[in-house]
Design a protein. Structure first.
Length: 85
């Protein structure tokens, strides 16, 4: 079994969400996360681009997406890319 990199786009609930705290929550609650960066969307709203490393077993990337989706302050998390490492 190999490892894959999963890239997710995470949208906060509003521009008022503290992105520093949200990044910390994501890193603490999802151990597979390796990197998070901000991406401006418009009108003061920024998305978080999250990179995580998981096993390539069925359902692993979906589990990361679901875990991030449950974090307070997250409106939506969606996988944008999956690639072998």
């Amino acid at each position: 079994m190999g490892t894959v990199a999963v890239i997710l786009k995470v949208m906060p609930e509003s521009p008022d969400v503290d992105l520093v705290k949200l990044k910390d929550r994501i890193k603490n609650e999802v151990p597979a996360v390796r990197d998070i960066r901000e991406e401006p969307i418009g009108f003061g709203l920024k998305a978080l681009i999250v990179a995580a490393l998981v096993n390539d077993a069925a359902g692993e990337s979906d589990a990361v997406e679901a875990a991030i989706q449950k974090i307070p302050g997250v409106e939506r998390a969606e996988i944008t890319e999956v690639t072998l490492t």
